[in-house]
Design a binder for this molecule. Structure first.
Ligand SMILES: CC(=O)[C@@H](O)[C@H](O)COP(=O)(O)O
Ligand SMILES: NCC(=O)COP(=O)(O)O
Length: 248
């Protein structure tokens, strides 16, 4: 089974928002990602629109519909009334619900399914009724998976932030892989699909994929954008030197 890659465009949008200019272009970089074989595009619009703006969503929807009809749009976020209205309009193939409060700098935990199950169930049903696959952001805890499944969701997205944080500690990384693997096994045994995301990199993906071969999808933004800058920098310097009139 292939693990699909969904490219999170939040970091691109954050760079764009530094100026009142249209670059880097969220749809332009999305197009490059899909043309290079990414399976989908992910955005996590936050209420303050600090990176993805609500107005980005129709443009991404059109990009996929008109140029990459096989690709998937994944919208992540807390299911506020405003978020649910955005999702209804953008019609993503997948919605990933995340228990963020508006003041959080980034996502840092999954749902407490026991406590929030009654809140989630009708929302999951509504989103599925609108044609979306529904994934719920989950901590790497196998004991949480029965309550996750009881919400009616299709998948869980395992929160890999703690794993990403072990980049300089191989033993801690192994322990996190064990936790993620056990959570994935529990979810799969209940018929749930398993996605994963947060702080994933080229370096830490292979052990994760090896432990969870049935992983359906990873969504990656921060580390992927960092690599795009690093690996694109040399060619960019050559382009700018040529623009300066230098012989390159
Ligand atoms: C749910 C998740 O892990 C990502 O969507 C992450 O929250 C990205 O959000 P930021 O780009 O705002 O950090
Ligand atoms: N769902 C996780 C995601 O979309 C990207 O997270 P990150 O790679 O920006 O940490």
């Amino acid at each position: 089974m292939t693990v699909e890659l969904s490219v999170n465009l939040n970091a691109v949008a954050m760079l764009r928002n530094r100026r009142d200019l249209p670059w880097p272009s969220v749809t332009g970089l999305g197009r490059i990602a899909l043309a290079a074989g990414a399976h989908g595009l992910t955005v996590h619009p936050r209420p303050d629109q600090r990176h993805i703006r609500f107005s980005d969503l129709p443009a991404i929807r059109s990009l996929i519909d008109e140029e990459f009809p096989e690709a998937e749009f994944n919208i992540e976020g807390y299911p506020s009334i405003e978020f649910l209205a955005l999702v209804s309009a953008a019609k993503p193939e997948q919605v990933t619900l995340v228990p963020d409060d508006p003041s959080q700098p980034t996502s840092d935990h999954g749902w407490d399914f026991e406590r929030r199950g009654a809140f989630l169930r009708p929302i999951v049903e509504r989103l599925k009724g609108e044609g979306a696959r529904v994934s719920l952001f989950a901590d790497a805890d196998p004991r949480a998976m029965p309550a996750a499944a009881a919400t009616g969701c299709d998948r869980v997205e395992l929160y890999t932030g703690p794993y990403g944080g072990t980049h300089d500690d191989p033993r801690a990384a192994e322990a996190e892989i064990d936790r993620l693997g056990a959570a994935a096994d529990a979810a799969l045994s209940l018929g749930l699909g398993v996605n994963a995301g947060h702080d994933l990199t080229v370096a830490n993906l292979p052990p994760l994929v090896e432990r969870i071969p049935a992983l359906a999808e990873v969504s990656i933004g921060h580390g992927l954008t960092a690599d795009a800058l690093e690996y694109g920098m040399a060619e960019t310097i050559r382009r700018f030197r040529r623009a300066c009139g230098q012989a390159v």
